[in-house]
Write a protein that binds this ligand. Structure first.
Ligand code: NAD
Ligand code: WQD
Length: 336
């Protein structure tokens, strides 16, 4: 049994990772400033697991506070989810994104170095690849992000790789997520976006529950089988289990980058149909012009995750929609 520091553990993916960690017998201390989450999520995590965790409110840019937590709780590893994640906001407020994501991660790493904690699982994103030169994206696809959010992720990845070169006694797993959706099967935790959701599935779920009237489909003239954008949606619990596998793979020092996706692309219309089946009602939509910055299609090569961590995603698009809907219908207004 070890103590894992989970930054951003109250957020969408972090809360599901906490469930996976607690269920696997690990102890957890969450460090979160709740800027995009609710402490209620952590109560629900404990309810699901029948086990308590420690919650510390703080900002990852506060190096001393992190160092104190790492030392006080004898942490052995860090799962680092904390940060800002909206592509659109990153274009409008790049300095805020560089501050929270890059400087925040730098301070976290320095606190780890000073405390002698050398194991890190980092939330990166498929957005580091940029415009596809080929598909599926393999991990050696060129890294050329096309927005400030993606560039912050690439800078952090580079910082982690440089740190490992300077001190190969570190263990670093860089996990490039594709499109996380769904919720824990209990329906107790899930994604709770503030304001109008940017992402497809949360928006569809809010249409289904009656919080929004219609879905706008951003483009039906893409070079895809039905003309709508294709993405690799992955169930958030598969993603959470991927973090456990990454942690196990770091039982000896190493640094690796892996995609966490299913390897299968689904179009916007396929997602809408799967969600309609899950919720039992029709999702009204309008076809609109393309959203700036969107690309036709992308999906993951999954062999590296399977080879290095023995992990593959197991849950179907139907399960993702059913679980997302259970969360949304049980909690129509999120954690409020
Ligand atoms: P989220 O916003 O739900 O969770 C992030 C958590 O970090 C929140 O609880 C927030 O309060 C906290 N946080 C933000 N800034 C902080 C700071 N400075 N100090 C302390 N806590 C802070 O986001 P998520 O969807 O759970 O994403 C988690 C991570 O995964 C992020 O790093 C994100 O960039 C990455 N990621 C997300 C997706 C996605 O589509 N959700 C895809 C790829 C990568
Ligand atoms: C999926 C598809 C849209 C909303 C983003 C980030 C990426 C990662 C995951 C963090 C696209 C279409 C969407 C809507 C629509 N996040 N769509 N109507 O853009 O693939 O990825 O989230 O790392 O970095 O860029 O996800 O869910 O926004 O869009 O038609 O209201 O759904 O055009 O084809 P995306 P998404």
């Amino acid at each position: 049994m070890t103590m894992i520091l989970v930054t951003g553990g109250a957020g969408y993916i972090g809360s599901h990772a906490c469930v996976a960690l607690l269920a696997a017998g690990e102890d957890v201390v969450v460090f979160d400033n709740f800027s995009n989450s609710s402490p209620i999520a952590l109560q629900r995590v404990q309810q699901i697991c029948g086990k308590s965790l420690i919650a510390v409110e703080g900002d990852i840019r506060d190096e001393r506070a992190i160092e104190q937590v790492l030392t006080q709780y004898n942490c052995t590893a860090v799962m680092h989810f904390a940060g800002l994640k909206s592509v659109q906001d990153s274009v409008a407020e790049p300095l805020e994104y560089y501050d929270q994501n890059v400087i925040g991660s730098h301070r976290l790493l320095r606190a780890m170095q000073r405390s002698g904690v050398k194991t890190m699982v980092f939330s990166s994103s498929a957005t580091v690849y940029g415009t596809p030169k080929f598909l599926p994206y393999t991990e050696d696809h060129p890294l050329n992000p096309v927005n400030p959010y993606g560039r912050t992720k690439l800078i952090i990845e580079d910082m982690l790789r440089d740190q490992y070169v300077s001190d190969p006694s570190w263990g670093i797993a860089i996990l490039r997520y594709f499109n996380p959706v769904g919720a824990h099967e209990s329906g107790l935790i899930g994604e709770d976006p503030r304001g109008v959701p940017n992402n497809l599935v949360p928006f569809v779920a809010q249409v289904a529950i009656g919080r929004r009237e219609r879905l706008n489909i951003w483009g039906a003239d893409y070079d895809t089988p039905d003309g709508t954008g294709v993405r690799d949606y992955i169930h958030v619990m598969d993603l959470a289990l991927g973090h456990l596998s990454a942690l196990k793979a770091l039982d000896s020092p190493k640094c690796f980058s892996v995609n966490l996706g299913t390897g299968t692309g689904s179009s916007v219309l396929e997602v809408v149909r799967a969600f309609e089946k899950a919720c039992g009602s029709t999702i009204p939509y309008d076809i609109k012009s393309r959203r700036p910055g969107d690309i036709d299609a992308y999906y993951a090569a999954t062999e590296t995750a399977s080879r290095l961590m023995g992990w593959t995603a197991a849950r179907s698009l139907e399960a993702m929609c059913a679980d997302h809907w259970r969360w949304q219908s049980n909690n129509p207004n999120g954690y409020c």
